[in-house]
Write a new protein. Structure first.
Length: 167
């Protein structure tokens, strides 16, 4: 079984636009990867989120199973997605990484893919407007206050159930 670990969240560098709003500052990405340490060369999953007054919310979940995270996380397509989110929402942009505990041999691409799909499902239950659409589970059910639920605070029973199930 492949085991993964979660890193701290790293601030994504942004710059203000002349007409307002922010975009990811590509000129400061080298500094970003210095702060992230040895994560740049690893494979795994990543969560782009915004931290605002109401907490943190995931907006995009991706994976790097064929190339290093440093090549995948800020590719042209990802920058477009991040900048679209930044243009429409307030908050501090963050990247959090979920990395396999690498032993010997090749990176566990299949496990990374499964973890990405799992994270997208949970991310979508936290944020119905998540940018990932390709791997969203197409479930036609929800558990109120637990999974794929509408806005509002969960009941105490739902909160206890989430804790029981590790959700």
């Amino acid at each position: 079984m492949t085991s993964f670990f979660v890193t701290e969240s790293f601030d994504v560098p942004t710059s203000k636009q002349r007409l307002g709003g922010r975009i990811v500052n590509k000129d400061n990405l080298q500094e970003f990867w210095k702060r992230a340490g040895n994560i740049a060369d690893k494979r795994g999953c990543y969560v782009f989120s915004l931290r605002a007054g109401k907490g943190e919310k995931p907006w995009y979940i991706g994976k790097a199973s064929q190339q290093a995270l440093s090549k995948e996380c800020f590719s042209l397509h990802k920058l477009y997605v991040y900048n679209e989110v930044l243009g429409n929402h307030n908050g501090t942009p963050l990247l959090t990484f979920v990395i396999p505990t690498h032993v010997k041999g090749p990176w566990p691409a299949f496990a990374i893919d499964e973890v990405e799909e799992f994270l997208i499902g949970f991310g979508a239950s936290r944020n119905a407007n998540i940018a990932n659409k390709r791997k969203l589970p197409h479930q036609k059910w929800s558990i109120q206050g637990v999974v794929a639920t509408s806005k509002g605070a969960p009941t105490s029973e739902a909160s206890c159930f989430k804790k029981l199930m590790g959700i």
